[in-house]
Write a protein that binds this ligand. Structure first.
Ligand code: 6GU
Length: 225
């Protein structure tokens, strides 16, 4: 998979060199391009924003630099993702879907957003998804893009050593994950649930399922609706 990112903070994404996704890049499973939006401006001050038509607080990102940046990166096979608190919810299912795409572009907006015509125009050239990380507001799309890239990247075959772990984690089956324990069997007076030491694989599987359901009912009842 190829991932391109357009941002006014390219240095934000230097952390993608480390950890799991850094290895995936080295091994060629993921190709990454980070593009400074200001490189697509033509004025002395490298201006990327302007005041909103109709008035109101804050600044809006100008369409011209975005148009030029996306023209230079986009192909008809691309999926262009605009992180936005006004987008559709990004879920594990979204990550699963996007993990099979050959080319993702993340357009990271700042300020009060990007001129809406950038989204409309881009949608005539490729598939576009405006995606939100949750019901809270971040200063820009960069941190959200990073989270989405990690969620998507780890689902690409070969990026994670043990694919079984992908099947057993929270949200992969619509439930929260069961609690995990390792040695010692007693720690600070707290014991590991005895069933896990029983060697009875049927009983362990049943206990884990019960824990998943109990946790989900207690913490995220909305997932059971
Ligand atoms: Cl994707 N972007 C911004 N700026 N804020 C958010 C978000 C995205 N998701 C939740 N809040």
């Amino acid at each position: 998979m190829r991932i391109d990112i357009v941002t006014i903070f390219p240095e934000f994404f230097s952390v993608l060199d480390v950890s799991l996704l850094g290895k995936a890049r080295e091994s060629g499973l993921i190709g990454l391009g980070i593009h400074d939006l200001r490189d697509f401006t033509h004025d002395r001050h490298r201006t990327v924003d302007d005041t909103p038509y109709g008035g109101g607080a804050g600044m809006v990102m100008k369409p011209e630099p975005w148009g030029e940046a996306l023209d230079s990166i986009l192909v008809p096979e691309s999926v262009v993702i605009f992180p936005s608190p006004a987008g559709e919810p990004f879920t594990q299912a979204t990550a699963q879907e996007l993990s099979t795409e050959p080319h993702l572009i993340f357009g990271c907006g700042r300020y009060e957003g990007i001129d809406e015509r950038v989204v409309d125009y881009t949608a005539t050239r490729a598939r576009v998804r405006c995606m939100s990380m949750g019901d809270y507001v971040l200063n820009g799309g960069e941190v959200a893009a990073m989270a989405m890239i990690e969620a998507i990247g780890r689902l690409i075959p070969g990026v994670i050593g043990n694919p079984q772990s992908l099947l057993e984690e929270s949200h992969s089956d619509g439930l929260l994950e069961y609690p995990s324990y390792t040695k010692p069997a007693e720690w600070r007076g707290l014991e590991v649930p005895p069933v896990l030491l029983s060697g009875n694989h049927g009983a362990i599987a049943a206990w884990r399922r019960e824990q998943q359901l109990e946790r989900t009912r207690r913490i995220r009842p909305d997932l059971l609706d």
